[in-house]
Design a protein. Structure first.
Length: 136
């Protein structure tokens, strides 16, 4: 009985850690997706259009960072991690083109079981992307 328990406890512990880690990954991916959606929604408003050359989307990226912070995820206001475009062409069903704002957020998180020898890496990159039509 004790020998069986000695074999079962490590396996059950590993299964429990994997279940918790997958749950955290799903939750954090949803938060990153929602942060991208909030950034695209904020970017599509007329008062947030950026006409400078090169465009500086600091306020849009900061909105994404603040949304993620409220949900317990730390992002950096970095153009390489939070990409903003306000000139994305969207084809409407009528055949006309309009412009939209697209926000892409990348977030790298460490794995709970990163030291497990069968895993190729001890981190995972989550990506959220959202596109909203620019309002006139």
């Amino acid at each position: 009985m004790l020998v069986e328990l000695a074999f079962a406890i490590p396996i059950m512990t590993l299964i429990m850690v994997v279940i918790v880690d997958v749950g955290l990954i799903v939750r954090e991916h949803q938060v990153i997706q929602n942060a991208a959606r909030e950034g695209a929604r904020f970017s599509c408003l007329p008062e947030n259009y950026v006409y400078s050359t090169p465009p500086d989307y600091f306020a849009v990226r900061q909105r994404v960072v603040e949304y993620a912070r409220q949900e317990g995820i730390t992002l950096v206001n970095d153009p390489a991690l939070i990409e903003v475009r306000q000139d994305v062409r969207i084809l409407l069903p009528t055949g006309l083109f309009v412009y939209g704002s697209e926000v892409t957020v990348s977030y790298t998180r460490p794995m709970l079981i990163g030291a497990f020898p069968l895993l190729p890496t001890n981190s995972m990159t989550l990506t959220g992307r959202s596109l909203f039509r620019n309002l006139d």
